[in-house]
Write a protein that binds this ligand. Structure first.
Ligand SMILES: [Zn+2]
Ligand SMILES: [Zn+2]
Length: 337
């Protein structure tokens, strides 16, 4: 019941507000007590007695993804598995009255009566969620932390999308590198490789290309979202704007994660392809510079030698058969002049 004459606004911390909140507030978990996403507070403000409503989000999707292997694996097993098991919890929250009553002397940018109070919410398997006496009172530091958390809740989607955009840029650069390697450097660098190694390099590059493309697509949809329709009821069921943003951010984070995995796989495939190009087995060719008595030198790869003849394959022309008795000099060289 709203007070006929509202009490004046005051934002000092009083222990009795925290004590009284145990009786005046109600608490429930959203959407359930097995995997709650948020705590809903209701009832009345312990100081002014006006109706009180606040939803405290327990999870946000953090975009600051430090990429170590463990994180990747944790992410892979699903966002719900991140962090602690949420089927039981012990959560201390500092709340500020946000009632709609017009409390006198209130600064323009504030709401409520100014009361700050601390509540402790506990829940466990097969036990209903309940309020318990908290330890301590709200402080300036805890209020700052609560503000930071609220900011995180409201900016999570933007953060994830920004991160996804950076990954997309990286993936696009990777695609460029693969195309450059295949089209410009590739044919020269793989020449001389054994047949199977050449084919493997080709397959690795193709797989890397496919991987990078699918990763780019994932990061694009993570960064810019994919259009869909939603009813007003569904919007409310998700917990209003913050819940909606949580759903979108979760979705974006899952796609971002796909993009990250695709990037890692692309890199591994690329390293494999480049490594095989550099160190893969090559047929050992002997290049000979042959000086003849009567004609100019012939330089090329030694194909065979038998019965007094040698076959040399110059790089520019057909193989030449030379009689051994014609030879004046025979020099192994690294490269023909
Ligand atoms: Zn009030
Ligand atoms: Zn109040």
């Amino acid at each position: 019941m709203p007070n006929a004459k509202p009490i004046p606004y005051a934002d000092d911390v009083r222990p009795q507000d925290t004590e009284k909140a145990l009786k005046t507030l109600t608490v429930s978990l959203v959407p359930n007590e097995i995997k709650p996403k948020a705590i809903d507070f209701g009832g009345r403000c312990p100081r002014c007695g006006d109706p009180f409503q606040h939803r405290e989000w327990l999870v946000v999707v953090a975009a600051a993804l430090k990429l170590n292997y463990l994180h990747m694996e944790t992410l892979a097993s699903g966002l719900d598995e991140i962090g602690i098991d949420r089927s039981h919890g012990d959560h201390t929250v500092d709340l500020t009255c946000s009632c709609d009553a017009a409390h006198p002397h209130r600064p323009k940018d504030k709401r409520g009566c100014g009361a700050h109070f601390r509540v402790r919410v506990t829940w466990a398997m097969a036990m209903a969620v309940k309020l318990e006496p908290p330890v301590g009172l709200p402080t300036a530091a805890s209020a700052a932390e609560d503000n930071a958390w609220s900011t995180l809740v409201s900016t999570q989607l933007d953060d994830v999308r920004k991160t996804a955009e950076n990954w997309r840029n990286g993936l696009v650069a990777l695609v460029g590198a693969i195309i450059g390697f295949s089209m410009i450097k590739g044919p020269n660098d793989v020449s001389g490789l054994d047949y199977w190694a050449m084919n493997t390099v080709g397959l690795l590059l193709l797989a890397a290309f496919g991987c990078a493309i699918s990763g780019t697509w994932s990061s694009l949809t993570a960064a810019f979202g994919s259009p869909s329709t939603m009813t007003r009821d569904a919007f409310h069921d998700q917990g209003g704007m913050d819940g909606y943003r949580l759903t979108l951010a979760t979705d974006a984070a899952t796609k971002l994660h796909c993009a990250q995995v695709a990037t890692i796989i692309t890199l591994v495939l690329l390293v494999g392809a480049v490594g095989l190009t550099w160190y893969g087995p090559r047929a050992k060719a002997v290049i000979l510079d042959v000086g003849r008595l009567s004609s100019p030198n012939v330089c090329g790869t030694l194909l065979s030698s038998s019965n007094g003849y040698i076959d040399i394959k110059p790089s520019e022309s057909e193989a030449v058969r030379l009689r051994m008795t014609d030879l004046a000099t025979l020099t192994a060289v690294a490269k023909c002049p």
